[in-house]
Design a protein around this ligand. Structure first.
Ligand SMILES: Cc1cc2nc3c(=O)[nH]c(=O)nc-3n(C[C@H](O)[C@H](O)[C@H](O)COP(=O)(O)OP(=O)(O)OC[C@H]3O[C@@H](n4cnc5c(N)ncnc54)[C@H](O)[C@@H]3O)c2cc1C
Length: 242
């Protein structure tokens, strides 16, 4: 299994905290290289200043993408709430011009995602397909589980038909089964469904574990709790280990 590392933090409005995050990622990338780990980073745009200023955020992402390119590492961009979707995609397409080894998360619950994926594929972009973790209004998002799962299947087919590499980031057995045999990597969150990760690895499939770390754990933990109340145990365990 490879690792996707995320330094916890989001919705940052303090410029000095943005600088802390940029420096953390730059040094993390260096440490991945030094230790020869099969790993890359995944970064939230609002942690790099998207809620403050688009140009500053783009500049910060360019610095990380440049470092990733020098070190021959991939970099993922996480997708956040609908307020940031448009800017995140614009930023990604800008970044792709100089840095092809960057990918973006796209949320199957958003009604716009089919069009976004086609646009990204036109630019040879790489997509991590997720269901979506924020609370969005019906105007923007499918709200029933059936609709979201159906859209996920549909988007996965578009990605597979394009022939481009993509990532299937879900713990949903049905969707994982559907993805087997396609040109994709499986990505799962740390602490969730370890038996599924092992099953996929034993089939010789490419699997990556998304590992968040750091002290800004609250928003991430609340999203996990909303998905499944039993995740309280996972959160309690990681707090004790810190
Ligand atoms: C690698 C990765 C990156 C992500 N990046 C983003 C991002 O950038 N932006 C974003 O909005 N969202 C992101 N997400 C979160 C994602 O959108 C979902 O909120 C989250 O993955 C839960 O949805 P699910 O696809 O697993 O499906 P669900 O419908 O929540 O779960 C499907 C099935 O998985 C199993 N399952 C789920 N949780 C557990 C558990 N704790 N223990 C045991 N079984 C469980 C159950 O069988 C459940 O029925 C990411 C998820 C992953 C895995």
């Amino acid at each position: 299994m490879s690792a996707i590392l995320n330094f916890l933090g989001e919705d940052t409005i303090d410029k000095s905290q943005v600088d802390v995050a940029v420096n953390e990622y730059l040094s993390l990338m260096g440490r991945i290289k030094e230790s020869n780990a099969r790993a890359c980073v995944s970064v939230k745009p609002t942690q790099l200043g998207l809620a403050i200023d688009y140009q500053m955020c783009l500049y910060n992402f360019q610095a990380l993408a440049k470092k990733a390119k020098e070190l021959d590492q991939f970099m993922w961009i996480d997708m956040e709430s609908i307020a940031f979707t448009e800017d995140t995609i614009t930023l990604y397409l800008e970044l792709l011009k100089g840095y092809p080894m960057v990918g973006i998360a796209i949320q199957a619950y958003l009604r716009r995602s089919g069009a976004d994926i086609l646009h990204i594929l036109e630019h040879e972009g790489k997509v991590r397909l997720v269901k979506g973790a924020y609370h969005e209004p019906e105007e923007h998002a499918f709200t029933t589980r059936e609709q979201v799962d159906e859209n996920y299947s549909r988007l996965m087919k578009t990605l597979a038909d394009s022939g481009n590499f993509f990532a299937v980031a879900t713990h949903d057995d049905k969707l994982v089964d559907e993805a087997i045999g396609k040109n994709c990597e499986f990505q799962l969150l740390m602490g969730i469904r370890d038996e599924l990760k092992n099953k996929l690895v034993s089939k010789g499939l490419q699997v990556a574990e998304y590992i968040p770390y750091g002290t800004h754990w609250l928003p991430y933990s609340v999203r996990r709790l909303r998905e499944r109340k039993r995740n309280i145990l996972l959160i309690a365990r990681s707090l004790v280990q810190q």
